[in-house]
Design a protein around this ligand. Structure first.
Ligand code: FAD
Length: 505
């Protein structure tokens, strides 16, 4: 047996650093020493408010009580994303966390829908998504884990203050024995014989050595990028947005707290709106090749629904990733691995997946190259599939404006082209292993952007049209009945998990 890892240093204390610390502390033996080094003089990125449902699995893995977490992070519930003006001007659709009614005698709901639709039934597909209907009704209640329940077919994530989430996790980690040093990492010292990281020199003169180093230093990628020289693969040819203005606003005058993120397409990008308990997060993500910083800022400020709480902040980024995610005795997690723009809120999910994946393939001191390569392959697959999912939002459009026209004519990755062809021909939805998104998510984007399958699954012909029609009518009725009984989102929060600020308001 190779010697086990005894000491880990996590460099960086943003969301990535503390998520990784929490995951490793929960997963590894108590004897493994975990030290996190962060510099309070180097700010964290300061944005990152929306998530996808796997965050619940992560929180559970770490042993976090959901309601305490919601109160501590000013969180609200997220049933999905409303897309406004995407695909075509005037278009509006919803990407729900949940399906369109499961299968009926082995046939997918969207295939049944297409058969009825081609026969003249004009009921929208969204009518069969309980997640979408709940969101549009402004209501929320946790789903029922029993698959026979009509309340089963949806899921939820959170909107929260990422800074407060990091603080919350820090508390959890320190209670569980993670040590923390507040200092700037001045030097990364490599071993002469093999180029592995030996230690970090801090600006207070201390030197800290470890067996395994986790790079959570954000876009700087101080360890993996700067010290080990792992190059960055630039994907801005696929995803041209590269800047964002972000500004928090007061809660709008209307008490209606939407249980979803809104993403509104703009001329050279898109605008987010994320409601939290104490404020609303807003931002305009844009491509600097297609608009100026000032015009992008004006677009954001003219489209807010309440007064700003701070001056807007400009963030610059490049879409892409480091060529490998684990090199020698260093694993990168978070923005140090790269970034795909925030359209589908995938960054925190990447962090949580990376941390859990590292535990699954956790090395010993020999740093077995098979474990390392497998880790890199899985992370690469996730990056590729999520990139393609986001590209689909851009390339499927029929909108005016230079950015949108260029995206509609861009050359696509082969795997995405393949997926689109399968859907166009027969509504077939291909989901690869290590993708972050399931079948209904892909359907919602294809469908929302106006793609319609030329044909449906012929197995749907097995069942008489009237029987399918009746089944689907009952589903709609059931959804309407269930939703009418559920509380409004803000009432659910008030009753179960109001933060101090929300309770006072
Ligand atoms: P950072 O927050 O940059 O943290 C880096 C840490 O490293 C800090 O603690 C810093 O002090 C430390 N550090 C750096 N250098 C040194 C040094 N020399 N010595 C000591 N310490 C050092 N994600 C989502 O999931 N959902 C979203 O809705 C979302 N929206 C986003 C919107 C925008 C515009 C952008 C740009 C990102 C968004 N993200 C979102 C991504 C999200 O913000 C990040 O994934 C997340 O915050 C993790 O950041 P990080 O911890 O990797 O890096």
């Amino acid at each position: 047996m190779p010697e086990p890892i005894r000491k880990i240093i996590i460099a960086g204390g943003g969301t990535a650093g503390w998520i990784t610390a929490a995951a490793l502390r929960a997963g590894l033996a108590k004897e493994v020493d975990i030290l996190l080094i962060e510099s309070e003089d180097i700010a964290t990125i300061g944005v990152g408010e929306a998530t996808i449902p796997t965050i619940r699995v992560f929180n559970e893995h770490v042993g976090i009580d959901e309601l305490s977490f919601i109160r501590a992070t000013e969180a609200t519930f997220k049933l999905g994303i409303e897309f406004v003006g995407w695909g075509q001007d005037g278009n509006r659709y919803f990407h729900p966390f949940g399906d369109y009614g499961g299968t009926y005698e082995g046939i997918a709901a969207h295939q049944i829908w297409r058969r009825l639709n081609l026969a003249g039934d004009e009921t929208p597909l969204e009518a069969y998504s309980i997640g979408t209907q709940l969101a549009y009704a402004g209501r929320f209640f946790p789903p029922n884990p029993d698959p026979r329940s009509p309340m089963h077919d949806y899921s939820y994530a959170f909107h929260f203050d990422a800074g407060l989430y990091a603080r919350f996790l820090r508390q959890v980690c320190e209670q569980r024995g993670v040590r923390r040093i507040n200092a700037r990492i001045a030097d990364v010292n490599l071993r002469a014989e093999d180029g592995y990281i030996d230690s970090l020199t801090l600006d207070d003169g201390r030197t800290e050595a470890a067996d395994l180093f986790i790079d959570c230093t954000g876009f700087r990628a101080l360890l993996l990028g700067e010290a080990l020289g792992v190059p960055f693969i630039d994907w801005s040819g696929f995803l041209p947005v590269d800047r964002a203005w972000a500004v928090p606003t007061q809660k709008p005058a209307s008490p209606h707290l939407t249980p979803f993120t809104r993403s509104t397409a703009r001329e050279a990008g898109w605008q987010w709106r994320i409601p939290l308990q104490h404020r609303t997060g807003n931002g305009h993500v844009f491509a600097s090749a297609y608009t100026s910083d000032q015009d992008a800022l004006d677009t954001l400020m003219q489209n807010l629904d309440a007064a700003p709480l701070k001056d807007p902040m400009l963030l610059r980024f490049k879409t892409g990733h480091r060529k490998v995610f684990w090199e020698k005795n260093c694993v990168a997690v978070g923005l140090s691995t790269g970034f795909l723009e925030p359209l589908e809120s995938t960054s925190i999910n990447f962090i949580q997946n990376s941390a859990i994946r590292l535990l699954e393939l956790f090395p010993a001191k020999d740093f077995d190259p098979y474990l390392r390569d497998e880790y890199n392959l899985r992370n690469q697959a996730s990056y590729d599939y999520v990139r393609d999912f986001i590209i689909a939002h851009y390339c499927l459009n029929d909108k005016p404006g230079a950015l949108w026209r260029d995206c509609a004519h861009m050359s696509l990755p082969d795997d995405l082209q393949w997926k689109l062809e399968l859907y166009k021909r027969r509504g077939e939805v291909l989901v690869r292993k290590f993708d972050h998104f399931h079948e209904p998510s892909w359907i919602s984007i294809y469908h929302g952007h106006g793609l319609r399958a030329a044909a449906y699954d012929p197995l749907a012909d097995r069942i008489p049209l009237e029987a399918l029609s009746e089944t689907m009518r009952k589903r709609r009725e059931q959804i309407a009945q269930v939703i009418a009984k559920l509380p409004r989102h803000e009432d659910f929060i008030r009753q179960h998990c109001a933060s101090e600020a929300f309770a006072i308001a």
